[in-house]
Write a protein that binds this ligand. Sequence first.
Ligand SMILES: Cc1cc2nc3c(=O)[nH]c(=O)nc-3n(C[C@H](O)[C@H](O)[C@H](O)COP(=O)(O)OP(=O)(O)OC[C@H]3O[C@@H](n4cnc5c(N)ncnc54)[C@H](O)[C@@H]3O)c2cc1C
Length: 234
Amino acid sequence: MAGKKMITETKAKIIEIKEEAKEIRTFTLQLEKKIDYNPGEFIFVWFPEQPEIKRAYSIAGYSKDNLMKLTIQKVEEGKFTTELFNAKKGKEIIVKGSFGSMKYEGEKKIVMLAAGTGIAPFMGFMDYFKTMKCPEKAYLFYSFKHPNKKVDLTEHLKGIKCMEIILTCPKAGKECIQWNGLKEYIDAKVMKRFIPNLNEFTFFLCGSHKLVEEVTNTLIEEGIPEEKIKHEKF
Ligand SMILES: Cc1cc2nc3c(=O)[nH]c(=O)nc-3n(C[C@H](O)[C@H](O)[C@H](O)COP(=O)(O)OP(=O)(O)OC[C@H]3O[C@@H](n4cnc5c(N)ncnc54)[C@H](O)[C@@H]3O)c2cc1C
């Protein structure tokens, strides 16, 4: 995983579109050229006819046969996602990457925290754990605003023995009423209830700026060194 980072720009085609949850889809792209990928990284994409509308997306899976998955939420009046959600199979798209600092580098004990589409890079982690190597222990806290916005991870988790998943729907309003599981916002104190030896872990946080900053602060208060906290903010 070490060595000089290569950035590649390549043509790609959308070859599959999967409905994951309400207004969340996974797009499978067949890339022409290979890219240099570590779990946790992101790429830029744009349509060749609209090069001015470039957007960043976490890589939710990248296979040896050069298929890349992106898990994307439709944004109301969003310039790129409106085009993308209207696109059909076969549509050409340009991919450039990969980039990012939330790389998985073989750490043995990890905690992942995903909010909303912040789950995307961790779908990439799961693919990697399945096809390459599972860490000694991995926890995933996955927070969503409504049960119908939750990506079903069952298929992704098949065959992965090292992972525990904690799902939470923390919104106080009617959105989470039908959710019978955990309803708390995640911070270091909540994590400690599930993982007593928190200081042995490396943390990967992906979600809004606010979430990443708040959770990072609570981890630092618990004595976790900053260099053991990696993140990607959307
Ligand atoms: C590193 C990184 C990784 C990411 N990974 C993912 C991922 O895996 N999955 C995912 O779904 N997203 C991801 N994102 C977010 C993604 O890059 C886009 O920001 C998102 O998809 C919205 O793009 P859009 O063009 O559809 O919306 P935009 O057109 O950029 O609009 C975004 C918001 O701004 C509002 N807006 C737009 N123009 C104006 C205006 N002129 N005045 C006022 N408001 C305006 C829109 O109504 C909308 O609410 C990631 C972002 C980053 C930085």
